[in-house]
Design a protein around this ligand. Structure first.
Ligand code: NDP
Ligand code: 8X3
Length: 257
């Protein structure tokens, strides 16, 4: 196992769910964290807890990953001690709606494509050159089982996660011959704000997604991400698919009634 102590880890979508759980795991292990998301106050609350509990070094970067100009400008002007990012965790992402293509909102599609695909690419394009020139780095993309299997009403969200899968595979090929690693961590059902965001605050509908099931927790996923990040430098975990024991595929879930 390789220690992440004093490594700089940049986590997108650190204000909630899987990203927040990653922040805790890496903070506990002594990493230096750059935490990004749009909701600055949530980042500040998390930073406050982490610095009190783990005394870790933190840099907060309120950022909309969809805003290409903002992403480029912000990452180009990172303060000197934070410029050498060792691990990029591309976690920011969302789903909107669960509608048939002929009925869905085009605005919802744009938001998912802009965040899950273009946002991930902007972050990667900004940070990867320095990893390559330095000869050290790791990009960890959060995909989904939705990138492996399409489910009814999920065509565009699933397409965005299939794109993440292709981008991870392509990156692995592009980076061949460099020491920079690429992993894709692809979870099934994880209980976070994800369904609340998908159903725009309809908490009853969101709760039903996890009814009668023990879903994955954000910590379960953060554990796997941490595992990928801490292998020996010659080991690249390409892809991990994890799902609750009570889930067999995107559409097959065993519920206790
Ligand atoms: P949450 O809704 O809890 O977290 C999503 C995070 O993404 C938030 O921190 C949010 O921060 C951030 N985010 C969303 N849009 C943007 C944006 N434009 N710019 C910057 N940050 C943004 O959901 P999860 O933790 O579940 O989701 C994390 C990732 O895991 C996503 O990529 C999701 O697709 C994936 N995933 C989730 C699964 C699940 O069942 N929950 C299963 C498989 C994959 P803010 O709003 O403050 O900007
Ligand atoms: C999130 C999991 O199955 O709701 O990516 O798409 S699923």
């Amino acid at each position: 196992m390789v220690a992440v102590k004093d490594q700089i880890v940049l986590i997108t979508g650190a204000s909630s769910g899987i990203g927040e759980a990653c922040a805790r795991v890496f903070a506990q292990a002594g990493a230096k964290l750059i935490l990004t998301a749009r909701r600055q106050e949530r980042l500040e609350q998390l930073a406050d807890q982490l610095s009190k509990t783990y005394a870790c070094e933190l840099h907060l970067l309120p950022l909309d990953v969809c805003d290409r100009t903002q992403v480029q400008a912000t990452l180009e002007s990172l303060p000197l001690p934070w410029q050498e990012v060792d691990i990029l965790i591309n976690n920011a992402g969302l789903s909107r709606g669960l509608d048939k293509v002929h009925e869905a909102s085009i605005q919802d599609w744009e938001e998912m494509i802009d965040t899950n695909i273009k946002g991930l690419l902007y972050m990667t394009r900004s940070l990867l050159p320095r990893m390559v020139s330095r000869g050290r780095g790791h990009v960890i993309n959060i995909g989904s089982i939705a990138g492996h299997q399409t489910y009814p009403g999920g065509s565009v969200y699933c397409a965005t996660k299939a794109a993440v899968k292709s981008i991870s595979e392509g990156l692995k090929q592009d980076l061949l011959g460099t020491p920079v690693r690429v992993s894709s961590v692809d979870p099934g059902m994880v209980e976070t704000d994800f369904s609340n965001v998908r159903f725009r605050g309809d908490t009853e509908r969101a709760k039903k997604v996890y009814q009668g099931v023990t879903p994955l927790t954000p910590d379960d996923v953060a554990d796997v991400i941490f595992f990928c990040a801490t292998r020996s430098p010659h080991v690249n975990i390409n892809e991990v698919i994890l799902m609750p024991t009570a889930q067999a595929s995107a559409t097959q879930v065993s519920r206790q009634t």
